[in-house]
Structure formats: C-alpha cells, structure tokens
Design a protein around this ligand. Structure first.
Ligand code: SAH
Length: 271
C-alpha cells in the first residue's frame, strides 16, 4: 500500500525520530560522590523529568488513544498520529504530567491547548470530507489558531501540506520552537490574522479552527476547495458554541451544526 493510501503522506518518520534528542540524565548532571546516596537518587530522578514520569514512553500515549476509542471516537490515522506526537512536550513542564488526560490545558496569554477528545472529533470530521475520503488524508490543510503547535504536529501526519496561523506573537514563537526539532518541511507557520485565511496557499481541502466567533469568516469559505471540508466552533443562536461543518461542492456550500463545544474566542488583528 502506498503512503498516500495509508493516509500518512509525510512527516511520520520524522516525528518518530526527533533531530534533537534529550541528553541522558547521567550526561546532564553527574552525581557527586560526597552527597548522600538517597539525595543523589532524588536529584537524578528530578533531572530526568519528564522522562521520569514515563511521559516519553509510547505506552502513555497508547493508553490515551485507547480511552478515545472506548469513547466511540473514530479515525485510525488520527489515533496513529496521537500515538506518536508527544503532547507533553507542547505544554509547560509543570503541566506535563496532565498532558495525556482528556483535558484542555493553559498555554499562556489566556489560551488553551484543546482536549484530545475534541481534537480527535474535529480531525475525524475533517477526514470524512469528500476530498479527504478520496485521498485517505487531509490534503492541503489550513489551521486557524496554532497555539502551542500540538494540533499542527498532528495535522503534519495526516495532511500533505499544512498552513497554521496564529495572531499572538508569543504563541507563534512558542509553536515555532516546539515544532523546530521535528523539521516538518510540509508545515508552514504564519503570524497573522487567521480570519483572513491564507490566500497564497489556497484552496484548502481541509480547514480547522481552534477558536470560535459569531460567524464563519467569508475568507474561509472562499479558500475552501471544491470537495473540501471546514470544521470550526461557532456561536450558536441559542447561546454557547457548537461545532459547524461546511462542505463545498461545485454548486455551493452546505452547513451542518453538531454538538456543543467550548473554545477560546476568535479575534481579529494581531498582537
Ligand atoms: N490548536 C491549538 C489550540 C490553541 S487555542 C493547539 O494545539 O495548541 C486557539 C488559538 O487561536 C489561540 O492561540 C488564539 O490566539 C488563536 N486565535 C484566535 N483568533 C485568531 C485569529 N483570528 N487568527 C489566528 N489565531 C487566532
């Protein structure tokens, strides 16, 4: 089976082999013989964190994926990507031990990394778009709201090319630093207002927003390819946010509304 059929056009090998490996704890901080043995052991355990918590192990990610499957979520390519991308490396070290729980976590500036189940649900909906079903992957993907870059890394596994836009400079810089070790040539990070989309790489087979507004910006609809699908949170008429799916066909756009969600607000302009 070709890579294309398997739904992982690019990037997985690179994700399996980061270009900057963590030095072993012993190389970073040699134990000093004059210290008490138990104290030395405690120090060594601390300097090995987060590996000391077992977070560098694929098992902890496999357990997270098993739980998502048990909840009824679907999409093998997504689960395979989630099994590989080390979510704990995208959050603050102090929160790393919560990285594989199904919870959103703060990433600074009042923003959050989304819950794994919500990410899996949105990417699952994207994989059911017409072009994605035909190709077995997300094709040319656009993400609005890069945040810490976790979802962009997942997208890199299941799309041919990814553009991800962030409007807050410190988060754009953080995502760039988080993704740098993987050298993902197929991911382009853009600092800008995602409400305008990113015309130079349009049209997109898949568009996903990690922030929700009153309505869908017209640029997203325009930049959606025929056969493409958009998944985004949006304010519902009854209050609260819902997931909205838009499919573009040769004759127009069709919209469907899904379950309630809770995303940070979509804001215009850059900071
Ligand atoms: N996908 C991210 C989730 C980040 S939270 C992750 O994996 O971590 C949503 C992000 O959307 C925030 O960082 C916020 O700054 C950003 N955002 C909100 N409005 C935006 C806009 N108009 N353009 C680009 N980014 C926006």
């Amino acid at each position: 089976m070709s890579d294309k059929r398997r739904g992982f056009p690019l990037g997985l090998d690179k994700l399996a082999q980061p270009t900057t490996a963590r030095a072993p704890a012993s190389a970073r901080e040699p134990l000093r013989p004059q210290r008490l043995l138990h104290q030395a052991a405690q120090d060594a355990a601390r300097s090995a964190a987060p590996s000391g918590l077992g977070l560098d192990s694929a098992h902890v990610r496999a357990r997270m994926v098993d739980r998502l499957r048990a909840e009824g979520l679907r999409g093998e390519p997504i689960f395979e990507a989630m099994g590989r991308v080390p979510r704990h490396q995208f959050v603050d070290t102090a929160l790393a031990n919560q990285a594989y729980e199904d919870t959103s976590l703060p990433i600074g500036l009042g923003q959050t990394i989304s819950k794994p189940s919500v990410i899996a649900r949105m990417l699952g909906l994207l994989l059911e778009g017409a072009n994605a079903r035909r190709e077995g992957h997300l094709g040319r993907a656009l993400e609005i709201g890069t945040g810490c870059g976790y979802q962009a890394a997942l997208l890199a596994c299941i799309a041919r090319h990814v553009v991800s836009i962030e409007r807050l400079r410190p988060l754009f810089d953080k995502a760039r630093a988080n993704l740098a070790p993987w050298r993902l040539d197929q991911v382009r990070l853009v600092y800008g207002d995602g409400m305008l989309g990113h015309a130079p790489r349009a049209p997109y087979d898949s568009i996903v927003a990690a922030a929700g507004g009153e309505d869908l910006p017209p640029a997203w609809l325009e930049q959606l390819a025929i056969g493409g699908r958009l998944v985004a949170p949006m304010q519902s008429t009854g209050g609260g946010q819902v997931l909205v799916v838009v499919d573009r066909t040769a004759t127009g756009w069709s919209r469907s509304h899904h379950e309630g969600v809770h995303f940070v607000p979509l804001k215009s302009g850059v900071l």
